[in-house]
Design a protein around this ligand. Sequence first.
Ligand code: G6P
Length: 612
Amino acid sequence: MCGIVGGVAERNISHVLIEGLKRLEYRGYDSAGVAVIDHGDILRERRVGKVANLAEAVEQAEISGSLGIAHTRWATHGKPTEANAHPHVSGKVAVVHNGIIENYQDIKQSLIALGYHFSSQTDSEVVAHLIDHQLKTTADLLTAVQQIVPQLKGAYALGIIHTDFPDQLVTVREGSPLVIGVGIGENFISSDQLALLPVTNRFMYLEEGDIALLTRDHITVFVDGQTVQRPIKELDATVSNASKGEYKHYMLKEIYEQPEAIQQTISQALNGNVLREDFLASAVVDFARIQQVQIIACGTSYHAGMIAKYWFEQLIDLPCQVEIASEYRYRSPVIVADTLYVCISQSGETADTLAALRDTQKRAAAKHCNISTLAVCNVATSSMIRETDHHLLTLAGPEIGVASTKAFTTQLAALMLLVLKIGQVKHNISAQVLTEIIVALWHLPKVLTDTLQNDRNILALSTLFVEKNHCLFLGRGTEFPIALEGALKLKEISYIHAEGYAAGELKHGPLALVDNDMPVVILAPQDHMLDKLKSNMEEVQARGGELFVFADEHSGIQKADRQHVVYVPTIDERLAPIVYSIPVQLLSYHVAVLRGTDVDQPRNLAKSVTVE
Ligand code: G6P
């Protein structure tokens, strides 16, 4: 998704801007641009494709300046072309924008009537022209921005510079993430703090509706024209640990980080074989009261929610619904008192999930309904964490690969901890079951490490997928969402069409697709559904399908003609989905590498979907 970097300093900052853009590459983009102010001129370069193209252009043109803005664009309005890339310029002003200006057509018509010429098809260009027009009657840049912002409808973050104000960077946050990086004698902005880690570890997090003026030495934040204070936070050193190290791709590194990430996530909640007293302590009163759970999430996080639904219902007898946020937010769901709304999000900035949360809060307030909200999230400083009553952090560390891996398995671990905590508060879980699961959780990092030992076997299997065009993933119970997740992983990074199904649905449609050319991946842990799953495997074999089975080492499933088996260590069946995530991640990864795709930044996708 689009990324913003900007800065005001004494030194030339063009390298900081380019380095910042490189650090945002993981979010997904299709073009990039930079503008700096140099001796009263705007110097701008824009390129389609990778930031490396832009970096080369900036070097060749010897662009340098101490005030500048830069952008990676993920096309929404208008194709990925140089003309549509940001920054957009109008007269002496240059603007970068993330988000969507929903009423841009109306604004564009009135600007055209005023004589403005548009050189792009974007919604963003209206902002540059509006500021230019406002400055005909307004003396300074900040006031002009404050005056035009109320005209903009939608979600946006802006970075703005002007040649007449060569020491001022103006920024706006309204519905799209934006953070200020606080330096010594220099200050920066970005849509993601990771971009600024080479220059600072001190950050000021803007709130929705904030407009800020940055100079080299001062940061002033305004709400409705009045100054407000926003605290500066120093970032934990571990957050900056975001390099590929010895691995070929971030995704592979992140797959291998899972045992450690899970260890971190569970350690915050467990003390020996009991839940820590202080774990989610502030939520205990709400947990005692709630009668049901509504989970809202998108993408991979939604799959984690689907698994949690099984756990809430099976383990602690609590009704649980789960829904994708983009549907939930538009279907006028009935708000029921004493519901715990759980938003699951790696980034904490996903537009649909945030909108569903805010809408739920508004509707609950209007009905005087007593609800509680909780975020399961990987970014401590995110909007979702700030806006929910309670939160549970997944301590996965930064996840850079667009295809989510360690964020997913840590979400599962965190959700299991949440289920246990609520079960304990409500006396809905026996001491024996609680202890069994906690013991199994502690054992999990070792089981994951052992499962990763299968990497070579899975690489060997993946060679059989390279020429395929379609693939089915089947599982039952909590492996059904893993089948969906496996299919999602494979399609998003290898571009092979893949579908996940509950194995019981095989006869209701997908069996028609099975022939000699259809690989079928089966997830077969040692659980109460194993015999039924074996019958489904036979149905596939009888139609000539080729089976790729990830099976418990004691499942009795043997290698056979057109039946490939990779054995997975035995694990408590309640935690099996966490373990069976690993083989499907590795399979997708190796198939994608063999097919030569861009594993970490698959085409058309973004890491953090901050627009609708
Ligand atoms: C994008 C990412 C996915 C992620 C989804 C939800 O599609 O590519 O990996 O699962 O957004 O993101 P969230 O940050 O809310 O978990």
